[in-house]
Design a protein around this ligand. Structure first.
Ligand code: SF4
Ligand code: SF4
Length: 191
């Protein structure tokens, strides 16, 4: 992965916010950032998210394999922002993101994907790249900016993975509201 001559500029078309099968996955830091910035409690935050349970026997899409899953009354699932029946993200209004400044890492990354290997951080284009008209327009991507985003996104995921493993093996009631309450009080997620 990684090519210095990809051109990209987000033209704010909102296509990635409206794609039904493109999950807007959340980490603990994403959840905390949204909750603190909007001043909403764990109970209210629950209304903005969904729990996606991979169907038994179906292979999980490649892009979701590195996303930690947590146990709640919904089963072992991936937490993501709620979408309406058409697939629009709950924070999309008139094709604009209402939480742009604090948007989740998954949104800040798209249409790029990041991976940490033994040789360092690599980047490439998402398997859903065809929905993004911003690719091929604008300036050539600034690799150091991209790697800065990658570093932050991968670190968030790593911390969230550590937390998810602790949560999944904990003895307390593994219910969604508890999970969010604990995430919101975990110092690792405060940025
Ligand atoms: S699809 Fe591409 S150009 Fe459109 S909003 Fe998403 S990242 Fe920006
Ligand atoms: S949080 Fe904002 S950028 Fe991300 S999918 Fe929703 S509307 Fe789009």
């Amino acid at each position: 992965m990684g090519s210095a001559d990809v051109q990209f500029e987000c033209i704010k078309c909102g296509a990635c916010c409206k794609k039904k099968d493109l999950l807007v996955t959340l980490t603990g830091r994403d959840i905390t950032k949204i909750s603190v910035s909007l001043g909403i409690s764990a109970e209210h935050m629950l209304r903005a998210i969904d729990f996606y349970v991979p169907i038994d026997g179906e292979s999980i899409p490649e892009g979701l394999k590195h996303i930690p899953q947590t146990i709640t009354e919904n089963g072992l699932s991936i937490i993501a922002l709620k979408k309406n029946d058409e697939g629009d993200c709950i924070f999309l209004k008139d094709d604009l993101c209402m939480i742009h400044e604090i948007r989740p890492g998954a949104c800040a990354s798209f249409p790029f994907v990041f991976k940490k290997d033994t040789d360092g951080i690599n980047w490439g284009l998402s398997a859903m790249k065809e929905i993004c008209p911003g690719i091929g327009t604008g300036p050539v991507v600034n690799e150091s900016d991209l790697l800065e985003t990658a570093q932050r996104v991968l670190e968030d995921l790593e911390i969230y993975r550590e937390f998810s493993e602790e949560w999944n093996s904990s003895q307390g009631p593994q219910i969604a509201e508890n999970l969010l309450t604990i995430i919101l009080s975990d110092i690792r997620f405060i940025v």
